[in-house]
Design a protein around this ligand. Structure first.
Ligand code: SF4
Length: 224
């Protein structure tokens, strides 16, 4: 299984299937953000990471411009990641409450974190053809994680696109809509759970807070 993942990640990192996104990554990584001007940006697509025997998968939409695209790891080096890892550490899914860089010692317990789209899109708005081109990689991640039981989708766009990918393979007749903390049983036996994205906007408006997020992950721990 590790060899399969190694091959997959090697392919993802070199992928240039979406010229608009490849150019945007180049722009972001060259221009940089003021506080990171002296850093070398990862500047490539960002793979998933975590436990290859994971029972839980956490998905976002795409790496952040100055988070994952800078550090090379999803939800690493940005405010959404700061919030997420505080919550994951509270429920002992991660060994530490921060995720700053790929050498920070972070370990996940039975959990794998990835994004539906492996490259940051301008304005966080991907095009349908980009989502479609990248979906093969997500399908492979699902396939390689043989012990997977639960998928937590952070945000409506990640949730909807995960569902869209499932609908290509399965007929799903029941109505499945994004509702925070709601579980849906998928045709392959996995459970899909909707969770508000821990973005600064959602945190600042109180849509999501640490109590809500840790309570959702406590529920998840009972399912895996
Ligand atoms: S979004 Fe996915 S398919 Fe498109 S270039 Fe990035 S890795 Fe390749």
């Amino acid at each position: 299984m590790n060899i399969k993942f190694k091959r997959l990640n090697k392919t993802i990192v070199k992928c240039k299937k979406c010229p608009r996104l490849t150019n945007f990554i180049k722009k972001v990584s060259t221009e940089k953000r003021k506080q990171n001007l002296n850093e070398e940006y990862w500047g490539k697509p960002v793979t998933g990471f975590g436990d290859r025997k994971a029972k839980l998968m956490i998905i976002g939409l795409a790496p952040a411009a100055h988070g994952g695209t800078r550090t090379g790891r999803a939800f690493t080096g940005d405010k959404s990641g700061d919030f997420l890892f505080k919550s994951l550490h509270s429920v002992k899914i991660s060994n530490q409450n921060f995720s700053n860089n790929i050498n920070d010692g972070l370990r996940l317990k039975s959990t794998y974190i990835t994004n539906i789209l492996k490259c940051v899109p301008p304005g966080d708005k991907p095009m349908n053809n980009e989502l479609s081109s990248c979906s093969d990689y997500f399908v492979k991640e699902l396939d390689y994680l043989k012990d997977l039981k639960v998928i937590v989708a952070l945000g409506k766009v990640a949730f909807d696109n995960c569902l869209k990918i499932y609908k290509k393979k399965f007929i799903i007749n029941k109505k499945i809509i994004f509702k925070h903390n709601k579980n849906y049983l998928l045709p392959d036996g996995k459970t899909l759970i909707a969770c508000y994205h821990p973005s600064p906007r959602n945190v600042n408006t109180g849509r999501i807070n640490e109590k809500k997020m840790t309570s959702l992950f406590r529920k998840v721990l009972k399912l895996i």
